[in-house]
Design a protein around this ligand. Structure first.
Ligand SMILES: Cc1cc2nc3c(=O)[nH]c(=O)nc-3n(C[C@H](O)[C@H](O)[C@H](O)COP(=O)(O)OP(=O)(O)OC[C@H]3O[C@@H](n4cnc5c(N)ncnc54)[C@H](O)[C@@H]3O)c2cc1C
Length: 280
């Protein structure tokens, strides 16, 4: 499998990358989604602008909130003490992406720009109320993760816009977890559930829940959140939340011949309970 012919150029700064990108061009980060798509001839960009050497796009800073540069790899995020402490669910999700080679090359910016419904990080970003920071020719803007993921492989990015970083609130006082049912070959999520729970003693005072994999995009689950909030996370609350989550995702279900929509919807309830037990 060979891609169409394309021009390659490496950008040294965000401004340079934005000046280099054209209507028929694409940014190149880890290449772990873009190159397969090009080899399958599902896309044929004429120009690739490599953003891997732009220093300002890489790294993790923990000043109050957590900010993760777009070209930071899954392996770096999974191994970061700051991420483990401030958003354990994100460290866990990135540690469950594909295999070690994929985690060493794949970046968080490329992952969310591609918006594969079976990806892991988007589910945590939606649950935890992350913000996606974007730079374009018209200037900078920030979009909440819930609004960033629009539909199947569709985001709020406009043509030529570059994700510069994602920001997350400090969740170190929350109990959060990400659990997934991985595809046996690719490890992509057939179902992935992220929960972020605020506790007062044995009582859950606030629950944030999102589901991915089973859905065309990561979906925030208000019904499941309401079922968990105010409860002691006992079996009755978990059963109510599992029932509610299936209704929450009903309009967004995804499926295939091996794992149809109805199966994934059922599994979302099962994995929600596992996520809550893992977090609490
Ligand atoms: C075998 C295999 C298994 C995988 N398993 C999993 C898994 O289990 N879970 C999971 O979540 N993911 C999985 N992935 C995907 C992987 O995690 C990568 O994150 C993903 O491939 C995209 O990241 P990338 O850096 O490689 O982006 P690229 O492939 O370089 O780019 C992807 C798209 O994003 C655009 N883009 C890249 N960076 C930016 C930016 N900063 N701003 C705007 N647009 C940008 C590109 O133009 C392109 O359209 C798997 C991939 C492979 C090959």
């Amino acid at each position: 499998m060979w891609p169409n012919k394309f021009e390659y150029a490496r950008a040294g700064s965000v401004d340079e990358a934005l000046a280099m990108i054209s209507d028929d061009g694409k940014f190149l980060a880890g290449g772990h989604s873009l190159l397969p798509v090009m080899k399958l001839r599902l896309d044929a960009p004429a120009h690739l602008v490599d953003i891997n050497r732009i220093e300002s796009l890489s790294g993790i800073s923990a000043n109050g909130d957590l900010t993760i540069g777009a070209t930071t790899t899954h392996a770096e995020i999974a191994g970061s003490a700051a991420v483990q402490s401030m958003c354990a669910a994100l460290a866990s999700a990135c540690g469950q992406v594909g295999d070690q080679a994929v985690r060493n090359f794949g970046t968080i910016g490329g992952n969310i720009a591609h918006a594969d419904p079976a990806s892991d990080p988007p589910t945590v970003l939606v649950a935890c109320g992350a913000t996606v920071n974007i730079q374009g020719a018209a200037g900078a803007r920030s979009v909440g993760a819930e609004d960033f993921f629009v539909d199947l492989f569709e985001t709020a990015l406009d043509d030529g816009e570059l994700i510069t970083s994602v920001s997350l609130p400090n969740c170190s006082d929350c109990q959060c977890a990400y659990v997934k049912f991985p595809h046996p070959a690719s490890r992509y999520a057939i179902v992935g559930v992220a929960v972020c729970l605020k506790m007062d003693g044995d009582t859950c005072t606030q629950a944030d829940v999102a589901v991915g994999g089973a859905t065309v995009k990561a979906v925030k689950c208000a019904g499941a959140e309401a079922a968990l909030a105010g409860s002691a996370l006992d079996d009755a609350a978990l059963e109510a939340a599992a029932a509610a989550v299936k209704a929450d995702i009903a309009d967004w279900l995804a499926g295939d011949i091996a794992y149809p929509e109805s199966y994934r919807q059922q599994m979302a309830g099962v994995f929600l309970k596992r996520a809550v037990r893992a977090a609490s």
